[in-house]
Design a protein around this ligand. Structure first.
Ligand code: NAD
Length: 480
């Protein structure tokens, strides 16, 4: 396959929190990959900023270690790494303090794209925006990248939006949700809007229901203190699952452009019905690994699992439920969006022929790809017996080894920031609408004193979540 890498314009990218976990595991490896691929021009520069007092050489050494730890050995070409490290610089800056800003201003160059990545705790997002402005560092065309979580409820998200808006225009703010940068998620849009085959069927007349699953094998994994204040609803549903739901349910935007896409997503969030308590299951993992032992509060009521049935209240989806679930310590790691089409309206075959409904699944991880199950005649004698077979389009299989690696979401998203393309980032009103829908659900749990139900570590989730489907005559897809 011919490489279609188009170099971006020269840039200064400042990573606040440049010594943190996200920088180490995701941001810097992603930047290195874009560099290796020839997308980053000679003049690009990456400046780490954090509280640690160290010089550029010490940070470069730390980055070097991170690349070796988080990239496959075959990608760690010595000459390339050396050339990449030459593009790095570092400044000790305390987001809450006054030191270092003048030096940072001195380092910023005219005539190159300016971007500031806020990879620090959310309590510092506002302070960074204020100081970048107060010290006259950010130009009017500068971009800021804001990590998750974006608020913990509607009030805090509004307050943060208001603070950012004092210093930056909406067109400068890139609220990251890395699910949107996943190759398959973009493929969902290609499938829906690049083919004539699916869109006519993409509605309540033909879709029986939709399942969206994000299952993790790991537990809270050392993030217990943070996670226990958040839970699956805030940490996963309000942002990632909501974004996947929006892209699945939205009307076709008239162009693949930031506001066109984001307007349509916003309409989906606003069309969500409130969820009845009976349509939500909250769980906590127990057994060989136990949530209550992984967090500090032994009586915590925070959920590590959630399953829910949603209705998008509009003409397209009237009567088609969306089932969402996400959890930690599940039997396998797997994320997918599955469209279950309805049965044929009338079967012309014998009752025992085994007619199956079509299913389209879009796998986000692992093995990103798309699978469509279609019904065919089982080959051979013995009359008409129907089987469903996969039309499996694993990217690697379909496009061959030359397609290279499937880019990590951060690769795509950081380059979009540099290119100035906000399509795959959340707009302020979208985030607020998602919180406006989430808040009453969380408040309801509190008011009713609800406790999550236990589920076995390594299982598919609580029995109650299976029942959520069974009572509608449906079942969750196996997490494999
Ligand atoms: P971390 O605690 O590992 O790193 C935080 C970074 O911020 C460090 O570089 C630290 O030196 C710096 N920092 C802390 N206080 C500072 C201050 N006052 N001034 C300047 N720098 C300061 O955190 P992380 O895991 O890298 O997360 C960073 C952000 O990314 C958070 O908002 C987090 O929610 C988000 N995030 C992280 C992950 C992940 O996998 N780590 C995933 C998604 C989102």
């Amino acid at each position: 396959m011919v490489s279609r890498v188009i170099p971006v314009d020269p840039f200064d990218l400042v990573i606040f929190g440049g010594t943190g976990d996200l920088a180490r595991r995701k941001i810097l490896p992603a930047l290195f990959r874009r560099f290796s691929d020839g997308q980053m021009p000679e003049e690009a520069r990456i400046i780490g900023a954090a509280r640690t007092e160290q010089d550029g050489a010490a940070w470069a050494e730390w980055v070097h270690k991170a690349l070796k730890e988080f990239l496959p050995k075959e990608e760690c070409d010595k000459a390339l790494i050396k050339a990449f490290l030459e593009r790095l610089d570092y400044l000790p800056i305390d987001a809450m303090g006054e030191g270092g800003w003048k030096e940072l201003k001195g380092k910023m160059r005219d005539g190159v794209t300016q971007a500031f990545y806020f990879s620090v705790g959310p309590s510092l997002f506002g302070a960074l925006a204020e100081r970048l402005h107060a010290h006259g560092i950010a130009r009017e065309d500068a971009r800021i990248v804001v990590e998750k979580p974006f608020g913990r409820d509607l009030a805090s998200a509004r307050a943060l939006n208001a603070t950012l808006a004092e210093h930056f225009n909406e067109t400068q703010i890139y609220r990251i949700d890395h699910y949107l940068g996943k190759e398959t998620v973009q493929n969902l849009m290609a499938i829906r809007f690049g083919n004539v085959l699916f869109e006519p069927l993409w509605n309540a007349q033909y879709v029986d229901h939709v399942q969206i699953t994000v299952a993790e094998e790991v537990g809270v994994d050392g993030r217990g203190a943070y996670y226990d204040k958040s839970g699956a609803m805030r940490d996963m549903v309000q942002n990632h699952l909501m974004q996947l739901l929006c892209l699945t349910a939205m009307e076709p935007p008239n162009r693949f452009e930031p506001d066109a896409v984001r307007d349509e997503k916003l309409k989906v969030i606003r069309a969500l019905d409130p969820v009845a308590p009976a349509d939500i299951v909250r769980g906590q993992y127990v057994g060989k690994q136990s949530y209550l032992e992984d967090v500090e509060d032994p009586s915590s009521r925070t959920e590590s699992y959630i399953a829910m049935k949603l209705h998008v209240s509009n003409w397209r989806w009237n009567g088609t439920p969306f089932y969402l679930r996400t959890g930690k310590c599940m039997k396998a790691r797997g994320s997918e969006i599955v469209i279950h089409f309805k049965d044929t309206p009338h079967s012309i075959f014998e009752e025992d022929a085994g007619n199956k409904a079509n299913v389209l699944s879009i796998r986000l991880q692992p093995n990103e790809g798309i699978d469509l199950r279609v019904t065919i005649k089982e080959p051979g004698p013995g009359g008409m017996r129907l089987v469903d077979v996969p039309l499996d389009m694993s990217f690697a299989d379909a496009l061959g080894p030359d397609v290279g690696h499937v880019p990590d979401a951060y690769e795509r998203l950081i380059m979009d920031v540099i290119r100035g393309n906000q399509t795959l980032f959340m707009r302020g009103d979208e985030v607020e609408a998602a919180w406006a829908w989430t808040d009453p659900i969380i408040e309801g749990w509190k008011a009713r004193g609800e406790k999550p139900v236990p589920y076995e570590t390594g299982s598919s989730g609580p029995e109650e979540a299976l029942m959520l489907m069974h009572r509608d005559g449906r079942r969750w897809r196996d997490i494999v």
